[in-house]
Design a protein around this ligand. Sequence first.
Ligand code: GNR
Ligand code: NI
Length: 176
Amino acid sequence: MSIKPLVILPDPVLRLVSKPVERVDASLRKLADDMLDTMYDAPGIGLAAIQVGEPLRMLVIDVAKEGEPKAPHVFINPEIVEQSGEASIYEEGCLSIPDYYAEVERPATVRVTYLDREGKPQEVAAAGLLATCLQHEIDHLNGVLFIDHISKLKRDMVVRKFRKLAKDRPPSRMVG
Ligand code: GNR
Ligand code: NI
């Protein structure tokens, strides 16, 4: 079990487009387990590999409610193959943008294909919070953040605030 440091806005790593996973092996499963540990510790309901600095197309989700048994899920190379015309609005947050929340409108339901932690192809039809969370995480794989779905005015305010915070904070990852 290991908890990894989270990549925080405005780290440019969050804007990378993650690469498809080529082999589902023991080291990838170890990364998935570390991501789940990191997500539960935060706590959060989802986490993309890029949020722990790994530009790979893998994400973990657990949308079980408090008091329900844990329901960890690993999605490798996920793809949205169908989405509803109907939209729904959720208040979203992001572990890479701590303590900021905003309403985001997204398709209400999605169908997603992916590989599970054994490398076996799977498909899920998601609605509600799972649909929102899957779309939020798949956005991360493409370098997209939930603040990209809000007004430019609000986004600029958030980015400016986090730029200032980053200046007062020692970098968790040394560059160069
Ligand atoms: O923990 C999280 N909660 C959340 C709430 C509403 C919509 C999306 C999310 S995902 C977020 C964790 C995170 O940053 N995943 O990338
Ligand atoms: Ni996020």
